[in-house]
Write a protein that binds this ligand. Structure first.
Ligand code: SF4
Length: 232
């Protein structure tokens, strides 16, 4: 159990961020668990199973948050279920207030094609906010190489919007670091990555990407939207 008595705010996070600047992902995970114990939750998109492994093997029963939007590829759901079988984690499925059918009835079918920001708000942003209540920290698998908007992303930061600490242990990882960790730990993989989907979200809003293209260019293709809003 955590004995942390720090009053967490932007200054405290900035101090830790500086201290952990050169730390490895494993060292960051160790710090997070030592500091927050079961009061942290690990968000996982199930594009890979790195964080469920990294935290589940250190903190048995670690809570792993999955945004169950109702629009995922079946391969992503299968990856989540395989991670739950392989690692000692507790999956927390964050459900939107409305089912897809209820949303269709109120807003019309395929809202994602007409107003993806509203769809993402109802199916990702709002469920995330409700799910983080009661935790002191959340962990994400966001990396600086994911997008230009993430190039300066800190390792530890104060998430003002949600009122808790946000930890990005693999922020500095390259694609090669991801591959090395997956091979070394024989992790279950989302097969879509090898099929040309380097960045995987909901099925209607995720396209294949040609080799050499920006990995996130397959997300909300043809629209100005680049982020679902959960990292803002
Ligand atoms: Fe809706 Fe697309 Fe956002 Fe998923 S990614 S919540 S389908 S707009």
């Amino acid at each position: 159990m955590s004995t942390d008595t720090t009053v967490w705010n932007a200054e405290a996070c900035a101090e830790v961020n500086e201290r952990l600047a050169g730390a490895s992902a494993s060292e960051i995970a160790d710090w997070a668990i030592e500091t927050f114990g079961q009061k942290l939750i690990v968000a996982a998109s199930m594009q890979d199973t790195i964080l469920p492994h990294m935290f589940g093997t250190r903190l048995p029963g670690a809570h792993v948050l999955f945004l169950e939007t109702g629009y995922h590829f079946k391969e992503t759901i299968e990856t989540r279920d395989e991670a739950a079988r392989r690692f000692p984690i507790t999956i927390v499925n964050a459900l939107p207030a409305k089912t897809v059918e209820e949303q269709d009835a109120e807003f019309g079918k395929d809202l994602f094609a007409r107003d993806p920001n509203l769809c993402c708000f109802m199916r990702k942003v709002d469920p995330l906010a409700r799910s983080l209540a009661g935790y002191d920290a959340w962990v994400t698998g966001a990396r600086r190489v994911d997008a230009v908007t993430r190039a300066e992303m800190p390792i530890v930061t104060w998430d003002e919007g949600h009122g808790l600490v946000k930890i990005n242990p693999i922020a500095a990882w390259s694609d090669m670091d991801v591959e090395v960790y997956q091979v070394a730990n024989q992790l279950p993989r989302n097969p879509l990555v090898a099929q040309g989907y380097p960045s995987i979200g909901c099925e209607p809003c995720t396209n294949k990407v040609a080799p050499g293209e920006d990995p996130r260019s397959g997300r909300w293709s043809g629209q100005e939207k680049t982020e679902c809003g959960i990292h803002e």
